[in-house]
Design a protein around this ligand. Structure first.
Ligand code: SF4
Length: 289
């Protein structure tokens, strides 16, 4: 396989064969992200990807994940060709997943997304991080809450499973409440199939780290982050979905079937908040991105 650099994938794709479609991120400006900071973005040559698909067929994976960050930026004809080749060489594959940024979703019409779905694209992971426009601007996400909602709704309309990624703590102490409220509003407007909760980690060398060093950004306390998760759940009105905080960056892994298990999860969180109990939280040395 032609793997180049460190590959990232969502926790739920841990059993998937990774096929690298792009190198790095075409945007690469989010202040908290260190994943591809020194990587020159490129769409990989089609022949290389097709050869990986043929080789990958030997391993008979049932799921495929297309890397890197925002691989959905790949031009539509090339993406169609890649999905077509997966279908031809691995007809047993049940689902193909991909990271899609707001820009790469919105550059496609619903029909374009449906064409990808028809060739096997089964899930798009969309890093929305926050629904708060002040926070989105501060972290240079390059999208407004309105654009994020439009992108999420477009994926849903195309019939592709939609997984929203949100980040606890990304508004800092200053915007914590606004961040939670606005993020819940965005999620309610989209009605995601899945919500993946991550917790902000301040990585050295990022602009966010500079903000912390300069005293302009302060992470909420660990209990403050639990309060954010509680506040998010309290405001969520998702009719049918799954919220998980099982990513290694989180202090408390939860798996909540929405809406049925929401109250139960909130009770667990409320108990920790009331007792200010951090003893059951994941220690920082075990957290990772
Ligand atoms: S968070 Fe995603 S869109 Fe932002 S720079 Fe990192 S990979 Fe690119």
């Amino acid at each position: 396989m032609h793997y180049d650099g460190i590959l990232y994938r969502p926790p739920s794709e841990s059993q998937s064969l990774l096929i690298q479609l792009t190198k790095g991120c075409s945007y690469n400006q989010c202040t908290y992200c260190a994943m591809y900071r020194d990587v020159q973005f490129a769409v990989k040559p089609l022949q290389e990807v097709l050869s990986d698909i043929k080789e990958g067929a030997l391993y008979r994976f049932r799921r495929i994940f297309l890397c890197d960050g925002d691989a959905l930026i790949t031009p539509q004809p090339q993406l169609l060709e890649v999905l077509g080749a997966i279908r031809e060489h691995m007809p047993w594959v049940e689902r193909v997943g991909i990271y899609g940024d707001t820009r790469s979703i919105l550059k496609r019409k619903v029909e374009d997304l449906k064409a990808l779905k028809d060739l096997g694209l089964g899930i798009i992971y969309h890093g929305i991080e926050s629904g708060d426009d002040v926070t989105l601007k501060a972290i240079r996400k390059g999208a407004t809450s309105k654009q994020i909602i439009a992108a999420g709704q477009r994926v849903r309309e195309a019939g592709i499973l939609y997984s929203a990624i949100v980040m606890l703590g990304i508004g800092g102490r200053q915007r914590s409440q606004e961040h939670v409220l606005a993020t819940a509003n965005v999620l309610n407007a989209i009605q995601p199939d899945f919500i993946g909760v991550l917790t902000t980690m301040v990585v050295e060398g990022t602009p966010l780290c500079d903000e912390v060093d300069a005293g302009r950004f302060q992470m909420p306390s660990r209990i403050g982050l639990i309060e954010e998760l509680y506040g998010l759940l309290a405001r969520l009105d998702v009719k049918k979905g799954l919220l998980t905080s099982q990513h290694a960056s989180n202090y408390l892994p939860l798996r909540v079937v929405l809406p049925y298990e929401k109250e139960q999860a909130m009770e667990i969180l409320k108990d920790l908040i009331d007792r200010q109990d951090t003893s059951s939280l994941r220690p920082d040395y075990l957290r990772d991105l």
